[in-house]
Design a protein around this ligand. Structure first.
Ligand SMILES: *Cc1c(COP(=O)(O)O)cnc(C)c1O
Length: 433
């Protein structure tokens, strides 16, 4: 009936999330409201931590991809659990540092790090840089030389895999803006360049083949291509990679049509392929890293809205307008992402009224979801829940139309607390002269 077992219905016919009544939470904190099930975040992290430690050799561990959902309390939780992190900007580094997170466990990604980014990351002791280009390699070497240190790096490569997912979340193909392609020889050139720079310590290689991946063998195929490259570099340069980072990307259930993934089992089958391939190529097995973002936070998130208007255009279309929209969740506007949308205060009624749930922004594309079944009598003041919003909602939110961003309320052990407060109107003008 639900996409995740942290959802339910109570005796009053209201949607519950992490065991708590969503209508009570909306009354207490207001809408629009991001809820985050902290216990689910912890559970999802532990699935990766246990499976990776069990399946791979020493030094193997998961990194949370901060871009999926980044705020201070999130990093406090990650730090407590012993999760590594991947960061992509000074803002994410600053947030992690503010949480007291030890940045020696951080991997700095991105295809256009500036000199200022590189210096800031080194100031904060970021453990690894994931290098995307020859220019960046030279810039990191120069900054490390100025500081009289050696900086550990991985090289981002593109293994040339088409994951058949939506183009904007498909990054493993040869023509990607990210990384250096193995197929064209550019990956080998970047490796030779890295090995020739005296202030870099090349730890290994990284790839990221896509997001929202369900396909059976994507990670296995990527791992084989990457291990064959590692073996080739061992033959050519006598260089043995210590780390192989397979990136993020496991899919989550946005609707009941999406399959249920057993991530521990998936990781087990990737491990079997890695053991076999390393034996075949006669190379030592590198430590394996994975970078889940979405699959750590997506199903831990839920957004609550209040209905403002219901519009019936006979013979055409029905609309339910809510007090949020593309400002707090731009994903339908960007990728036509699917979501499960529920009448949170009235879960037991039949839902014959098919409508588009739309936001309040001055933009026709401001749609949360189309073809949503709702109760016939849905009206102003009622509560709407959008499920599985923990990933790429808050982190992609904007102040379009000068709308304040919603708060994040965390749910933990039957209690709730504000982890990010609601933006005020004064926050919106705080930077204006
Ligand atoms: C986006 C991204 C991730 C996380 O992807 P998910 O689909 O959220 O798991 C991990 N690594 C890199 C390099 C990414 O770009």
């Amino acid at each position: 009936m639900f996409t995740c077992d942290n959802l339910g219905v109570n005796a009053a016919g209201r949607l519950t999330f992490a065991g708590q009544d969503t209508a009570d939470l909306a009354a207490r904190y207001g809408t629009p409201l991001y809820l985050m099930d902290e216990d689910r975040v912890r559970h999802n992290c532990r699935v990766y931590l246990d499976a990776i430690r069990r399946s791979f050799g020493d030094g193997s561990h998961p990194l949370f991809a901060g871009k999926a959902c980044c705020f201070t309390q999130m990093y406090r939780v990650l730090s407590e659990l012993g999760m590594g992190i991947d960061v992509v900007s000074c803002g994410e580094i600053h947030t992690a540092a503010r949480a007291g997170y030890d940045l020696a466990n951080a991997y700095f990604h991105g295809n256009c790090k500036t000199d200022a980014d590189i210096a800031y990351a080194m100031d904060h002791g970021v453990g690894y840089f994931v290098v995307d280009s020859a220019e960046e390699l030279a810039a990191i070497d120069a900054e490390a030389a100025r500081r009289g240190k050696k900086q550990s790096v991985l090289l981002r490569l593109t293994p040339g895999i088409d994951t058949h997912t939506y183009a904007a979340v498909n990054t493993g193909k040869v023509d990607s803006k990210f990384g250096a392609a193995i197929e064209t020889g550019q990956a080998a050139e970047l490796t030779a360049a890295a090995l020739g720079l005296s202030h870099l310590d090349l730890a290994g290689f990284h790839c990221h083949v896509g997001s929202q991946v369900f396909a059976e063998d994507v990670f296995e195929r990527a791992a084989v291509i990457m291990l064959e490259f590692i073996a080739a570099m061992r033959n050519q340069h006598g260089f043995t990679a210590r780390q192989l980072d397979l990136g993020g990307g496991y899919g989550v259930r946005y609707t009941e049509d999406d399959p249920v993934l057993d991530i521990a089992e998936k990781i087990g089958s990737v491990a079997a392929v890695i053991h076999e391939t390393c034996a075949r190529l006669d190379i030592p097995e590198p430590a394996i890293l994975m970078e889940p973002g979405r699959s750590i936070v997506a199903d831990a998130g839920l957004t609550l809205y209040t209905v403002g208007a219901v519009k019936r255009i006979p013979g055409y279309k029905n609309y339910v307008a809510i007090d949020g929209g593309m400002g707090d969740n731009p994903r339908f506007a960007l990728y036509r992402s699917r979501y499960t949308v529920l009448p949170a205060g009235n879960m037991d009624a039949p839902r014959p009224f098919v409508c588009s749930v739309v936001g309040r922004c001055c933009e026709s594309g401001d749609i949360i979801q189309e073809n949503v079944p709702m109760p016939e009598d849905i009206r102003r003041g009622e509560l709407v829940a959008v499920c599985t919003t923990g990933a790429y909602n808050y982190s992609m939110a904007s102040n379009y139309n000068r709308l304040p961003r919603p708060p994040i309320v965390m749910l933990h052990g039957g209690e709730s607390y504000v982890a990010v407060r609601r933006e005020s109107l004064d926050d919106l003008t705080a930077l204006d002269s």
